[in-house]
Design a protein around this ligand. Structure first.
Ligand SMILES: Cc1cc2nc3c(=O)[nH]c(=O)nc-3n(C[C@H](O)[C@H](O)[C@H](O)COP(=O)(O)OP(=O)(O)OC[C@H]3O[C@@H](n4cnc5c(N)ncnc54)[C@H](O)[C@@H]3O)c2cc1C
Length: 315
């Protein structure tokens, strides 16, 4: 029997994982995007497994757990995926829901001598780290090897997307705002510094709104964060943000300023909840966008559920 065709729009982490999950479920997939993967938001970021600023909670927990398992397996053979020890700071240790998505025995309370200077409490967990400059090319190559095709194409409306003669998965991230006239979807601006590799364990301190501080140690560099400003469309560097981020480093006991290799600004596609549904008016279009600060964290969970949902659809 001939494989059913599906079109995926968007070549960031959400589009690439959706495309591959659909291929693995037996679909013949073509991918369209305004930009190739190396020009997307997804290519610019960390990216560590952590369900940050994303809803709805129950679905996110499920998607994050599925993604965790996929990355853990991939860390044995895929480019740009590894498991790291990641410390999260807290003002008080409450029942942190994300912890329940981790396999047993992979999380524990940090001892005081493991906490960077200035932190009072923390949880240390083994989590997946994906390095987008290595992982996205790996995914793209895998997609092509599984028989997928890619074409650069900009869509100007949802009608145009729906005019494809196949089921379509809309993975256009923040681009969906104008395409779908989606008032809920908005940017949450993040500025981060890509620096020389620092000799400090990876950690995040999300306890202050607007000042998401973190360091992620990658194979050849470190990502130092960052900011999280809602409704801020500025895609250029803000010098004040750079200074704030560097100032915070001192609070964590890093006295000498590291060599900064690049200043990166990205707009998280934030929504009150991820849009994960068939369109009410265009019934061949399934939306998978609005993953906020956790697109990598939930990508495989969403992708596998997309494949399952489309497999059941008779269109
Ligand atoms: C500073 C920062 C740090 C982050 N760190 C992490 C982290 O550590 N862990 C984590 O899980 N998440 C992190 N995130 C969040 C993560 O980057 C996003 O959730 C994720 O990249 C969104 O992926 P996406 O595929 O939906 O969007 P994108 O990567 O933006 O891809 C969208 C795709 O759609 C295409 N497109 C858009 N409009 C159109 C159109 N009209 N026609 C055709 N194609 C179109 C684009 O060309 C692109 O290919 C971070 C974000 C920021 C800003």
């Amino acid at each position: 029997m001939k494989a059913r065709k599906v079109t995926v729009v968007g070549s960031g982490i959400i589009g690439l994982t959706s495309a591959i999950a659909l291929q693995e479920a037996g679909f013949d997939v073509r991918l369209f995007a305004k930009e190739k993967f190396d020009y997307t938001l997804s290519h610019k970021v960390g990216a560590v497994w952590f369900p940050y600023t994303i809803e709805p909670r129950k679905k996110v927990d499920r998607w994050a757990a599925v993604s965790y398992a996929r990355y853990e397996k991939e860390s044995e053979y895929a480019a740009g995926v590894s498991m790291i020890s990641f410390l999260n700071a807290y003002k008080d240790l409450k029942d942190e829901e994300w912890v329940h998505q981790l396999p047993a025995g992979t999380v524990r309370e940090a001892t005081w001598d493991e906490l960077p200077k200035g932190m009072k409490k923390g949880l240390i967990a083994d989590v997946p780290l994906t390095e987008p400059p290595l992982y996205l090319p790996y995914l793209f190559e895998k997609f092509l090897n599984l028989g997928g095709t890619f074409e650069l194409k900009t869509f100007n409306s949802l009608e145009e997307i729906a005019s494809q003669d196949t089921l379509v998965v809309n993975c256009t991230g923040l681009g969906a705002k104008s395409l779908c006239k989606d008032e809920d979807l908005h940017p949450m601006r993040g500025q981060i510094l890509r620096a020389e590799k620092l000799d400090i364990p990876s950690f995040a301190d999300p306890t202050q709104k607007g000042a998401l501080s973190y360091i992620i140690g990658r194979s050849g560099d470190s990502i130092i964060g960052g900011t999280d400003y809602d409704y801020d469309w500025n895609e250029s560097e803000d010098r004040r943000d750079t200074e704030l981020i560097l100032e915070r480093l001192k609070n964590f006991g890093i006295k000498n300023q590291p060599e900064i290799l690049e200043i990166v600004v990205g707009l998280r596609p934030k929504r009150s909840t991820v849009r994960f549904e068939f369109d009410a008016d265009f019934q061949n279009v399934f939306h998978n966008y609005g993953h906020g600060g956790a697109g990598f964290t939930v990508a495989w969970g969403c992708a596998m559920e997309v494949a399952e949902t489309l497999s059941k659809n008779s269109l």
